[in-house]
Design a protein. Structure first.
Length: 364
């Protein structure tokens, strides 16, 4: 009798289970360490961290008033003037006080990249970094902006210092051709003459005259014999000497009580020289303690269309509270909104009844 089919299937299943059990036993005997490996340790409990205290935002800082004047350069001028005043045996403390007055005026910066690059070139000239100055002024000249003619002049000046006289003459020719009415042409003519006179000599760029001794001698001569000194100063200001030497010559003029010296300073402040020197003359007029100072500066402001000159006059007038009324008059007459804002900004930091009354007038 044949076995039942279901019985056969059960037997087969039992044999399969036995075989599987036998294989598992073999594996456990072959790898006892794996079979007896202890269970993995439980992870350490996570300790909850207290939430950080919320960060309280700081209140916004009020922006510093913006004034378009190179304050850092003005402070350097005042500091340098104080040192020179000590050499010339005058009251250096007066000039230091003016430097502090400039510093209280607020933070300032050049108005655009062209101005910053131009002023960078001037600092490089003061350090006798002729190649660096050449690069800076070449960039300004290539932009063709409002300071391109001055940049061409200083480019020629730097090239002459480097002994590259043919290129210097070419830069002067470019200035004369591209800017036929430039106020730099007189300086350029003097520089051209110097370049041509030195064209046959092997002049080293490092050979510089002793400017300090020249100025000390001139200062002594102004005090003892102004009739002889002033023509020398006048010629120096019209020559192709460095801007630094010319600025110091202006300082000597500002120190003199001679009417002729004051006349020369006013003449340059009114535009009787290149624009860079005019701005310095305006600053020195602001530092001078004269009764008619305010009216002279106001006349320069009214006669000029150059906003750089106007800003220099505004800042020069703001050095002394006694000029607040002059600034108020300029503000009332000013038709250019931007320049009017400049005047009002300076009046807002002056401690003067005239300034305060005008502020109240604007609020009505």
């Amino acid at each position: 009798m044949l076995p039942n089919r279901s019985f056969v299937d059960k037997c087969r299943g039992a044999r399969a289970s036995a075989l599987l059990l036998f294989i598992c036993c073999l594996l456990m005997s072959a790898f006892p360490a794996a079979a007896q490996q202890p269970p993995a340790p439980r992870p350490a409990p996570v300790v909850p961290v207290a939430p950080a205290a919320p960060v309280v935002p700081e209140p916004p800082v009020a922006p510093t008033p913006f004034i378009d004047l190179d304050l850092s350069q003005v402070i350097q001028d005042a500091t340098r003037a104080a040192a020179e005043a000590a050499q010339f045996k005058v009251d250096a403390k007066v000039w230091q006080n003016f430097g502090a007055a400039f510093q209280r005026a607020g933070n300032v910066r050049p108005t655009n990249n062209e101005d910053r690059l131009y002023e960078q070139g001037q600092r490089e000239l003061d350090r006798s970094q002729w190649n660096a100055a050449l690069t800076s002024f070449t960039q300004v000249a290539n932009r063709g902006g409002s300071r391109a003619d001055g940049a061409l002049y200083w480019k020629a000046y730097a090239l002459n210092k480097l002994g590259r006289r043919d290129e210097a003459l070419a830069a002067i020719a470019e200035l004369r051709k591209s800017y036929a009415s430039s106020r730099w042409l007189d300086d350029a003519n003097a520089l051209e003459m110097e370049v041509k006179q030195n064209s046959g000599q092997n002049v080293s760029p490092e050979d510089q005259p002793d400017e300090e001794l020249k100025l000390m001698a001139l200062n002594a001569l102004v005090n003892t014999d102004p009739d002889r000194a002033l023509p020398i100063l006048d010629n120096l200001l019209k020559s192709s000497q460095s801007l630094r030497l010319k600025e110091r010559a202006l300082f000597v003029l500002g120190q003199s009580s001679s009417p002729r010296a004051q006349q020369l300073l006013e003449q340059i402040a009114k535009g009787g020289s290149n624009p860079d020197l005019q701005l310095k003359a305006v600053q020195y007029l602001g530092l001078a303690n004269r009764q008619d100072n305010g009216q002279v500066l106001a006349s320069i402001y009214s006669a000029s269309n150059d906003q750089n000159v106007k800003r220099a006059v505004i800042n020069a007038l703001a050095l002394q509270p006694g000029n607040a009324k002059v600034l108020v008059d300029l503000a009332r007459k000013e038709q250019n909104p931007q320049m009017k804002v400049e005047v009002v900004r300076r009046l807002s930091i002056m401690k003067s009844k005239d300034a305060t009354d005008y502020m109240l007038e604007l609020l009505k």
